[in-house]
Write a protein that binds this ligand. Structure first.
Ligand SMILES: [Zn+2]
Ligand SMILES: [Zn+2]
Length: 370
């Protein structure tokens, strides 16, 4: 779905006197964003890509950051306060850009993920410096975008930048190491270097398990890519077994979430007193949601092409998608997958009991949002 950007740009009246560069490619700029008036572009195409990738979300946030502070004879305390506010704004911008970029990557919108990743990189450098471990994440995002766009040489460069930063910093989060290996794995998988790819995905799963636990959905990405390599290698049995484990992983997690959501919906105060984590644990953030959609729909497509279908696995997959869309509060899609799951469950009975329980919860949650 292509949304028309609500952007306006006007040509710079006097570009020769203004030393401004394009936000995306750093070439001399000839147009600027009329909404913030602090962001410049070489042409309208680069403005369009930036707008759809990230600028729409941060346009107004950039104004205070890019408007020069006039000379004010404030006290040292006041200057310090202003600086703190600027850093807070920059950090907020890093969060917004980074989340937007991650989400676009899972949605396969690599062209638009690049401006989001570049913005994250720029502000991360400003806040943390050019050798900080925080830079690994935006470099990995840029690498992944380039893999998606088949710019493999550029991807390799970005990934090695990330690797260099990770090696130089002794305090590096296992989750970042896991992401680095996932990206290298994806690069090798694209080049059909299956052995190298599998080695990196195994490392990804190892570090991810250390960071989040073996059964955590955050570890599922590594298993997913590994399964895809086995599938490419025509090792279908191994691939389907991994896809099955992945579906179970998501099914269990989402089942717990739906269960907790139903408790919350029925608002049993005593349960809330016991478990304070209820609210946090029954929501997926935007990035996790996008990852789940990608993984579960890929698996669904494989099952639908399988003749004859593996009814047990197909039912579980449809059921998991129904729960996913319930948690994401997309009740139209949830209903679609629920009715598909119910009809395949009639042919294969193992999930029927849980499905009927879910159906009643689903109806209650759907009604509550009306
Ligand atoms: Zn440009
Ligand atoms: Zn703007």
């Amino acid at each position: 779905m292509e949304t028309r950007p609500e952007m306006t740009c006007i040509p710079l009246a006097n570009p020769k006197n203004l030393k401004v560069c394009c936000e995306l490619c750093s070439k001399p700029a000839f147009v600027f964003c009329e909404k913030c008036r602090v962001t410049y572009y070489c042409d309208t195409e680069h403005q369009r890509v930036d707008w759809l990738g990230i600028h729409e979300k941060i346009c107004q946030m950039l104004i205070p950051l890019r408007t020069p502070i006039p000379f004010i004879s404030g006290s040292e305390k006041e200057r310090e306060y202003r600086n703190q506010q600027q850093v807070l704004r920059q950090k907020q911008l890093i969060d917004v850009s980074s989340n937007a970029g991650q989400k676009l990557l899972f949605e396969g919108k690599y062209e638009y993920a690049i401006p989001a990743a570049m913005q994250t990189l720029k502000f991360t450098m400003e806040v943390y410096g050019s050798a900080s471990i925080e830079l690994a994440s935006p470099y990995l995002m840029l690498g992944e975008s380039c893999i998606g766009l088949s710019r493999l040489l550029q991807a390799d460069e970005y990934l090695h930048q990330a690797q260099w930063i990770i090696l130089k910093n002794s305090f590096c989060d296992n989750s970042i190491k896991s992401r680095m290996h996932r990206n290298f794995g994806m690069l090798f998988a694209t080049q059909k270097k299956h052995t190298e790819a599998l080695h990196h995905f195994a490392q990804d799963i190892y570090y991810s398990s250390l960071a989040f636990g073996t059964d955590n959905i955050r570890t599922s990405g590594g298993y997913f890519h590994m399964a895809n390599v086995f599938y490419q290698q025509n090792k279908r049995e191994t691939a389907y077994s991994l896809y099955g484990q992945l579906t179970t992983m998501w099914n269990d997690t989402l089942f717990k979430m739906v269960e907790q959501r139903s408790v919350e919906a029925a608002s049993l105060p005593q349960k809330k007193l016991i478990d304070n984590s209820i609210e946090d644990s029954c929501f997926l953030d935007e990035v996790q949601g996008a990852e789940a959609v990608k993984i579960l729909h890929t698996i669904l497509e494989l099952h639908e092409n399988q003749k004859p279908p593996f009814l047990k696995e197909l039912t579980k997959n449809l059921f998991t998608l129904a729960m996913l869309y319930t948690i994401l509060e997309n009740f139209v899609k949830a209903k679609e997958f629920l009715s598909k799951a119910l009809s395949t469950a009639k042919l294969y009975s193992s999930e029927e009991k849980r499905l009927h329980w879910f159906e009643s919860i689903y109806l209650m949650l759907e009604n509550m949002t009306k």
